[in-house]
Design a protein around this ligand. Sequence first.
Ligand code: ADP
Ligand code: MG
Ligand code: MG
Length: 252
Amino acid sequence: MLLEVKDLVVEVEGKRVLNGVNLAIREGETHVLLGPNGAGKSTLFLTILGFPKYEVVEGSILFKGEDITNLTTTERVQKGLGVSFQNPPTIRGVSVRDLLKFESKQDSDEELNPRMQELARKLKFSDEFLDRDVNRGFSGGEVKRSEILQLLAQEPLFTMFDEPDSGVDIENVELLAEELNVLLDKDKKPGQRRKAGLLITHLGYILNFIKADKAHVLMQGIIACSGGPDEILEDIRKEGFKGCVSCAQCNS
Ligand code: ADP
Ligand code: MG
Ligand code: MG
């Protein structure tokens, strides 16, 4: 297993948000996390990343077999965890270019490396855009594309995407999905460590372009059901999230 979440109970500012979440994701796999607003999806991501506000009351998080429950966020990122935030903060005084150099371990006085310049162009960012403060005055779509660009600089082993498609113009979803597929390692090279990821999406439209292996529905702080992404999405479209609680594939 690349990532394992075991019986995770989490409180945020004294309020219990996760009530015993279990997840297991192998190398090479892409899992999808669905669920109504307020179910705790973002909370699960931020807890896996080790944000101090998210207190693990019970359970554990394992990465590459190692218990990382008590590591700092920096240590987890160094081990290969990455996230694109649902609502990332504005960083005044730090340009997109500065951040990309930092994330790709370049010196600040170097030119941004050609690979990142090329990726920026692919994601429709101009040279001038790279000199803007991170997320300052960005449109919804620019925020999401910039998050993906930063992840491409980091190249995490395990990437969590929090609603990467929300606020993105429909014609840019496919473009974004192409880069998500790079981060999700759909083109396996021999001998290379295989990546994996977990993707939160509201509408599921992006799944037309990303091959997911498994879907989970988080409701009221637990995984209410798991199964094949197509079946789960079909159930939700027919009956809403309620249909999931009694689904036959529960906890499979
Ligand atoms: P989702 O991403 O599934 O929409 P969240 O994880 O954002 O859900 O939120 C789950 C619950 O936890 C909500 O009731 C939300 O208000 C609460 N919550 C999440 N983060 C915080 C926080 N930083 N401070 C206080 N409450 C929070
Ligand atoms: Mg939400
Ligand atoms: Mg959320």
